[in-house]
Design a protein around this ligand. Structure first.
Ligand code: GLA
Length: 381
């Protein structure tokens, strides 16, 4: 990938520039908790984005996406917003940097990625974090890593229409090889947990299903949570985010909020606790409990939060039947992957069965990705 990027860069823009990379992410547990001020437990992976970048002395950006084989040229003012969605990510990062008082000099870039799109591995956060990190370095802005993550998040909010939380961009910016990171999304305190479960593998099974309208459904989930939190706050003013609420407090407002919002909130309150339980279990080396929590999360995401789909429920049931230790839909949902914690000896039969049975039912095989927990945003020298 590095070679391809460099050749294209030289062909289009002359002498080469500096090379930056960032990563997609997995999340062991803690789904849809980030924008509720709860815990998440992600890590960066060995699939990501790489970009070669060089200042061009002009007032504009010339960006070439190798994956789309397309160039976009745009200025750096708000009214210069490009048409192409992929270019909006780069543009948004420039704009959000400038809004924070950072300098962004015009630049040329060629970039490419190997995060499967729509798989729930956050290719967009990888792209945002790569450019947020690179522009910070190239322009000597000295913006800290939390703010770099927020630049990516605001890009989603203001230029892509997804009201996402901070998890993906945080994982891309803070990811460290071999460690998962537990983040408290309210206080932004975080802790690295070395993750090397002896005798187990972590594997993603990609249904290759992508649902249209996933972003509006996502924003709707978020609105339901905020609605439930607002109702609870009337009785308990200390509730800033839904994650601050006790289960009992949710019951108190049951009649006052739509049933749908109640179910969403019920899931979130349970999920916040599960992240803590999983971290404790990991410290004891108790992978059975970790796995059981993953199944509980899947149940909640499927029945209460309603972000699963037939294909993902099928993969989850198959995992359960084969006594896979843990399995659940991962990421925003509405398609994408399940994440599975599988005993070494069960790995080959599970993958074989998943491919065969999924293909028999849905007409195509799922894709399989072994998880390698890796570094996040960085310069490659
Ligand atoms: C998407 C969002 C994240 C998070 C997850 C669900 O990946 O970008 O902020 O909300 O969904 O956990």
């Amino acid at each position: 990938m590095q070679q391809k990027i460099h050749s294209k860069f030289v062909e289009l823009y002359g002498e080469g520039g500096r090379l930056f990379a960032s990563a997609g992410r997995i999340n062991l547990i803690g789904e849809h908790t980030d924008y509720n001020g709860g815990y998440v437990f992600p890590g960066a992976i060995d699939k990501g984005i790489m970009a070669e970048i060089k200042p061009n002395g002009l007032d504009k950006v010339r960006a070439y996406s190798l994956d789309y084989n397309e160039e976009a040229v745009f200025g750096l003012r708000e009214e210069d917003k490009p048409e192409k969605q992929w270019a909006r990510y780069v543009f948004g990062v420039c704009r959000e940097t400038i809004k924070r008082g950072g300098k962004v000099a015009g630049f040329d870039t060629v970039f490419a990625g190997d995060v499967p799109l729509g798989a729930g591995l956050s290719s967009s956060a990888a792209l945002e974090s790569c450019f947020a990190f690179a522009l910070n370095e190239l322009n000597g802005n000295g913006i800290d890593k939390f703010e770099l993550a927020r630049i990516g998040q605001s890009t989603e909010h203001n230029y892509c229409g997804v009201m996402c939380g901070i998890m993906d961009q945080f994982a891309s910016c803070f990811g460290k090889a071999g460690s998962l990171i537990r983040l408290n999304c309210k206080t932004m305190e975080y802790k690295y947990f070395p993750f090397n479960p002896k005798g187990y593998k972590l594997v993603l099974v990609d249904s290759c299903v992508k649902h249209e309208l996933a972003s509006s459904a996502y924003n709707k989930r978020r609105a339901s949570c905020e609605n439930a939190a607002a109702a609870i706050r009337k009785n308990h003013p200390e509730v800033e985010f839904l994650s601050d609420a006790k289960r009992l407090w949710l019951d108190e407002v049951r009649e006052r909020i739509p049933q749908e919002d109640f179910l969403r909130a019920e899931y979130v309150i349970g999920e916040v606790q599960r992240v803590l339980d999983v971290c404790d279990a990991l410290e004891r080396g108790d992978y059975e409990t970790v796995g059981e929590m993953m199944y509980q999360t899947h149940f909640g995401l499927s029945r209460l939060y309603e972000v699963s789909c037939e294909e993902l429920d099928f993969l989850n049931k198959l995992a359960r039947r084969m006594e896979v230790t843990g399995s659940r839909v991962m990421g925003g949902g509405f398609g994408g992957c399940t994440i599975n914690l599988v005993k070494d000896e069960l790995y080959a039969p599970f993958i074989a069965a998943a491919k065969e049975q999924f293909a028999a039912k849905f007409g195509h095989e799922p894709k399989i990705y072994d998880v390698v927990v890796s570094d996040g945003a960085r310069e490659i020298r």
